[in-house]
Design a protein around this ligand. Sequence first.
Ligand SMILES: *[C@@H]1O[C@H](CO)[C@@H](O)[C@H](O)[C@H]1NC(C)=O
Ligand SMILES: *[C@@H]1O[C@H](CO)[C@@H](O)[C@H](O)[C@H]1NC(C)=O
Ligand SMILES: *[C@@H]1O[C@H](CO)[C@@H](O)[C@H](O)[C@H]1NC(C)=O
Ligand SMILES: *[C@@H]1O[C@H](CO)[C@@H](O)[C@H](O)[C@H]1NC(C)=O
Ligand SMILES: *[C@@H]1O[C@H](CO)[C@@H](O)[C@H](O)[C@H]1NC(C)=O
Ligand SMILES: *[C@@H]1O[C@H](CO)[C@@H](O)[C@H](O)[C@H]1NC(C)=O
Ligand SMILES: *[C@@H]1O[C@H](CO)[C@@H](O)[C@H](O)[C@H]1NC(C)=O
Ligand SMILES: *[C@@H]1O[C@H](CO)[C@@H](O)[C@H](O)[C@H]1NC(C)=O
Ligand SMILES: *[C@@H]1O[C@H](CO)[C@@H](O)[C@H](O)[C@H]1NC(C)=O
Ligand SMILES: *[C@@H]1O[C@H](CO)[C@@H](O)[C@H](O)[C@H]1NC(C)=O
Length: 757
Amino acid sequence: MGFLLLSLILRYWIHTVEGSCSEGSVVTCDDCLQLSANCAWCTEENFTDWFSVSQRCDTLNILLEKGCDRAHIYLPVSEAQILQDRPLEKKPAAGNQTQISPQKMSLKLRPGSEVTFQVKIKHTEDYPVDIYYLMDLSASMFDDLGMIKNLGSTLSKEMAKLTSKFRMGFGSFVDKPVLPFIQITEKQLANPCSHTSMICQPTFGYKHVLPLTSRTDKFNEIIAKQKVSANLDLLEGGFDAIMQATVCGDKIGWRNDSMRLLVFVSGADSHFGMDSRMAGIVIPNDGQCHLDANNDYYMSTLQEYPTLGQLIEKVVENNILLIFAVTEEQINNYKNYADLIPGATVGVLAKDSGNVLELIVSAYKELRSEIELEALGDTEELHISFTAICPNGTAFPDVKYCSNIKPGETVVFNVSVELPGCLSGLRHFSLKAVGLQDSLEVELDSLCSCDCQQPPTANSSQCTEGQGVSQCGVCVCQPGFLGAQCECNEETALLSDCHATNDSEKCNGQGDCYCGQCVCHKSSFGRIYGAYCECDNYSCVRFRGELCGGHGVCDCGECHCESGWTGDYCNCSTETEECKSEDGDLCSGRGKCSCGKCVCTVPGASGDKCEKCPTCEEACSSARTCVECHLQDNEEPASCEQECSRAKILVNLTSDKDYYKSPSMQCTLKMESECWVSFSGVEDETGVIAYNLHKYGCPEAPNIPMIILGVSLSVVCIGLILLAVWKVLISVHDKKEVAKFEAEKAKAKWQTVGGIT
Ligand SMILES: *[C@@H]1O[C@H](CO)[C@@H](O)[C@H](O)[C@H]1NC(C)=O
Ligand SMILES: *[C@@H]1O[C@H](CO)[C@@H](O)[C@H](O)[C@H]1NC(C)=O
Ligand SMILES: *[C@@H]1O[C@H](CO)[C@@H](O)[C@H](O)[C@H]1NC(C)=O
Ligand SMILES: *[C@@H]1O[C@H](CO)[C@@H](O)[C@H](O)[C@H]1NC(C)=O
Ligand SMILES: *[C@@H]1O[C@H](CO)[C@@H](O)[C@H](O)[C@H]1NC(C)=O
Ligand SMILES: *[C@@H]1O[C@H](CO)[C@@H](O)[C@H](O)[C@H]1NC(C)=O
Ligand SMILES: *[C@@H]1O[C@H](CO)[C@@H](O)[C@H](O)[C@H]1NC(C)=O
Ligand SMILES: *[C@@H]1O[C@H](CO)[C@@H](O)[C@H](O)[C@H]1NC(C)=O
Ligand SMILES: *[C@@H]1O[C@H](CO)[C@@H](O)[C@H](O)[C@H]1NC(C)=O
Ligand SMILES: *[C@@H]1O[C@H](CO)[C@@H](O)[C@H](O)[C@H]1NC(C)=O
């Protein structure tokens, strides 16, 4: 069970491998051979690892390209080998005449391939001819019997002109002598024609009367003795008779090397197959000879009529050429039969059989002038096709006959045999010309197994001892073992864990767990790898359809850029040469070099190297005089013309703020008047249009009255303050003088008091 599971898994991934010889589950040399006719197998021991064993199977050229040594490439090719080829002799040698060449072949075919070989056929001259005259003896043939009473001698006279070895025989038939084909009253049984004046013999199925003989007088005698019989229904039992005359070769006396003509003469259609069920006969015809000692067909009332298929089989097997000589009314029925029976011809029989001689002779000549090849035996599943190359050199593809052959002419057939699949064993089939005895026996074998497997190199060091044997370069393991050296036990292999994390799928869903290791699937996109098959070399970002911009290697989802390239996409060159402007600066000093291209950083700068910049500082200042002029002399713009046209500036004072879509410059300038002006500018073909002009930040003029007022007020204030200070100083001084006076006065008083004492 475990083994089955694992092999199913392996089959699955092998299916995903691409290439015509690597499709399907190729694990052995045999698998490879069966895949297609041009697949070869490399038997070199270490040609691939075990996981890529299907790589050993490929076409010859690819294997050589992959490095497999020519001596180790196993490539059997289809072949046809001639085993016996006696040449077609011009003059008949005594007893040994060959009509077909070669006589024995062996074919070895790869399934799906085709081999073509040539078969030559020649009618030998003076060919023996056997004619068996099989006649319907129902009542309506009464007059015919009279007409052919001399047929024996006339026919042999005619045939003597064509062959020296001629024999004739005779047989007759009516129908199964049972109800409802006949009446079974006693009188009717004895004489089925009793309702008329005629005397008939009792109804019979088939009677073999005269074995083939060269004594044509005997034939005349026999005819003279024949009596008609009768039956009830319109159809006769002719096919019973043909069957017996065909299979009872010994009694009829067909020669082995003769052309066997069976002339079937009847005025009615024939019963076949299950028609006999009306009479309660249900045992199928067994295609065997059932003639009793009297040469009567004794199974007539016991077995069904033969089916058309049974009849065809026996007629072909016994080389019988049927000539239906039937009346006008029946011609269409028998034409339908003849179309199905190889070699059968139909001729219109006159009411009284008066023309039967001419009919036989012309049918014989027609048969002799046509060579038709047919394949007999086990040809099921084989595709056999023929190309007839007729004596005049014309080739007819898909035609297996030539007509209008003259005696002694040779017809060549190119026979192609294709084998769709492998055969279980040898096949045998034969090719022969309709009506001729000789045949080419073909033995066919399919090339479906590798010869190098026949004696496996037992106990080779390549394979673990006792667990596998080396065959065609790979180890074929015993049941229960697996792996390149059959080193792995299937039981333990299935239990092992190949999950990166508890949640992740086994081998990330990109591989199979094998002996505890992930074996990553093959992918037509690239290589899958990693311990858990988590990486691949094709799932990376793309730039312009190129993986990693075409300048990096994809490794497990990341681009590793080649030197000289950078960026997530490896689409960015590190080269700066392209960014250098004429003066040697990178991007004219107005941008940075990124991926070999300038990215301008200064507003308004453009160009491959940011060399264009109408709005950079110089541009704004060049507009200064013109803009200034406009802002000063609004009443008379014409006077600014000169200033402006020199700097190629056009000023639109009336423009809306958003009239021009995208200003390419924003300028802010300080003018001579100490005012600031800001404006937007756009480039057009004539120069720059300046618009949205704004003047601001101009210095304001002084206010004289306010200044005078201010000055006056400050003078008054200062005066008042000085007055106040003076007042304070005076009062402080006065206080000091008073104190001094008081002190003087006191001193004088003390002096007076002292003088008295
Ligand atoms: C194959 O490889 C094995 C191990 O790598 C080595 O022992 C052996 O000799 C090789 N066989 C051949 C034929 O090179
Ligand atoms: C016919 O050919 C076979 C084989 O070629 C040969 O053995 C035999 O003797 C030949 N018979 C006659 C009569 O030539
Ligand atoms: C005719 O062929 C059969 C089988 O092929 C053979 O048994 C028989 O002996 C042959 N008869 C003659 C007369 O060669
Ligand atoms: C060769 O014979 C066939 C009939 O056998 C005929 O159809 C064809 O036209 C002939 N070709 C030539 C070139 O005569
Ligand atoms: C018949 O086969 C031979 C070789 O087997 C080949 O040379 C020839 O061209 C083929 N003829 C036709 C018409 O196919
Ligand atoms: C292979 O090995 C087995 C067991 O080891 C032994 O019985 C057998 O004889 C060996 N076969 C060959 C061909 O050496
Ligand atoms: C994974 O599963 C095992 C057993 O089921 C458990 O012991 C372990 O903790 C789990 N690990 C994580 C990361 O969930
Ligand atoms: C992936 O690796 C395989 C095998 O090495 C190689 O053939 C293929 O070109 C690589 N694919 C890419 C896109 O690099
Ligand atoms: C590189 O590729 C990315 C993605 O496609 C793209 O955005 C970028 O512009 C490319 N860089 C260059 C220099 O082409
Ligand atoms: C100035 O702008 C106005 C719209 O605001 C426009 O109609 C006019 O044509 C512009 N003048 C020039 C000279 O471009």
